[in-house]
Design a binder for this molecule. Structure first.
Ligand code: NDP
Length: 403
């Protein structure tokens, strides 16, 4: 379908509208010439920002997931807009027939609830919240298979792989969790990683790096939690797990390469030796747009690459001794079961403690490792059990931090 033959607008629920991905998603909606509309916006605490966004995008429903957030900024909107307070507000908003696609952009394990409800209702889930798959990849993929819900990648690396995979099967083929077929044409996926701000920092200095240094990502502008995850490479660990579930490949077929320029967003090597990569500026609006438009190519707000300048694109195998999170990610991807929930919970607590100045940067991965090592592994936990294990792991991580 051409750009001028606009179909009915696709109605998007933007979960985490006040965050970095949420804002990029709203930029994409604003630039879509009415092809996309914001039907639902959610925030956790930033109600003044949510009110401002609601004034611009006129959604039918707002959800404020923290029931104790300041409600005053939304008082006037309550006359014209349905407003839910509390996390359970997500359930109705996401599964409403007024929603076509759910952009899951809440940060952390808190994002799982919206992802789950979206797939349960058979919706298309444009997934930025990788923690959903880290926590409950097996259950979410099973749910999507049952309801016909689809998971489309928003994470730039997984979007790049999705695009590269279109070279070995029709681009318009239905996409869902797991590869159609067994993925036998694929030799490996290669996730690229910028290496973060400490790629070349002597290991002994990591004890003393400041929060401001860790938040100064060299190429991407993102929310605080994922920026710290990028510095520790826990983000890449989570992406290995995410790829394992999205593409149904074993972790041995998922490699990582350091690519400091963040222009190559990831690659697929096929069994004939061909390597297909996707390149572009580091701008999340491109993968978001692709997911919201079901892989259709349209003009959008992301700036194209500047081809007038000479560039060097480096690809460097990672030093896994420097970044132990990578092997941790492979281990969790291989084990599945309860491992992801436990590591994710420990990581959230450790990152928050680092940001609050309570632990040094170099302890974050160690705490995740220790919690995983002490955890009684369960192969097939239910969703309720995963939430319980998440709570327990958070308490244990707090105890490690207080020690
Ligand atoms: P931000 O911190 O910028 O935004 C987080 C959003 O989640 C905000 O809208 C926030 O609301 C909301 N939120 C926070 N806590 C809760 C909670 N307990 N319950 C419900 N909502 C909550 O994060 P990012 O946009 O950077 O990241 C969002 C997700 O996307 C993460 O999973 C991240 O890994 C992933 N991602 C991000 C990328 C990026 O470029 N930023 C790239 C690829 C993936 P409020 O503002 O009101 O507190």
């Amino acid at each position: 379908m051409g750009i001028s033959q606009k179909s009915d607008p696709r109605r998007i629920a933007v979960l985490g509208a006040t965050g970095s991905i949420g804002q990029s998603g709203l930029d994409v909606i604003a630039a879509s010439h009415g092809r996309l509309t914001a039907a639902v916006l959610t925030a956790h605490r930033q109600t003044a920002k949510l009110a401002e966004l609601a004034g611009r995008f006129r959604p039918e429903v707002l959800v404020v997931t923290d029931p104790d957030a300041d409600r005053t900024p939304l008082a006037d909107l309550a006359k014209t807009t349905r407003i839910f307070y509390g996390p359970e507000g997500l359930d109705e908003a996401v599964s409403s027939p007024e929603v076509d696609i759910v952009l899951a952009a809440i940060v952390g394990g808190a994002g799982l609830r919206g992802s789950w409800r979206a797939l349960e209702a058979g919706k298309t889930l444009a997934l930025a919240n990788k923690e959903s798959l880290v926590l409950a990849g097996s259950l979410l993929c099973g749910l999507a298979r049952k309801t016909g819900g689809r998971i489309l990648p928003v994470d730039s690396e997984h979007s790049a792989i999705w695009q590269a995979l279109a070279s070995c099967r029709p681009a318009e083929a239905p996409y869902g969790p797991g590869m159609p077929g067994s993925g036998e044409q694929i030799r490996r996926l290669i996730l690229t990683a910028s290496g973060g701000p400490f790629r070349n920092r002597p290991l002994a200095e990591l004890e003393r790096v400041t929060v401001a240094e860790a938040l100064a990502h060299p190429t991407w502008k993102m929310g605080k939690k994922i920026t710290i995850d990028s510095a520790t490479m826990m983000n890449k660990a989570f992406e290995i797990i995410e790829a394992r579930w999205l593409f149904g490949l074993p972790p041995e077929k998922i490699d990582v390469m350091i690519h400091p320029q963040s222009i190559i967003h990831s690659m697929v090597e096929f069994i004939d030796g061909a390597v297909v990569a996707q390149l572009g500026t580091p701008d999340m609006r491109l993968p978001i747009q692709l997911a919201l438009n079901g892989m259709e190519r349209l003009p959008g707000p992301a700036a194209p690459l500047d081809w007038s300048m000479t560039r060097t694109l480096e690809l460097i195998p990672p030093d896994e001794g420097r970044f132990p999170a990578i092997s941790l990610g492979r281990r969790v991807a291989r084990d599945g079961g309860s491992a992801g929930a436990v590591v994710n919970a420990a990581n959230e607590v450790a990152v928050a403690a680092f940001l609050a100045g309570k632990i040094p940067f170099c302890r974050i991965t160690g705490i995740c490792q220790s919690i995983l090592d002490h955890h009684q592994f369960e192969q097939e936990p239910s969703l309720e059990r995963l939430f319980e294990l998440d709570r327990q792991a958070r308490m244990e991580a707090q105890a490690w931090i207080s020690d």
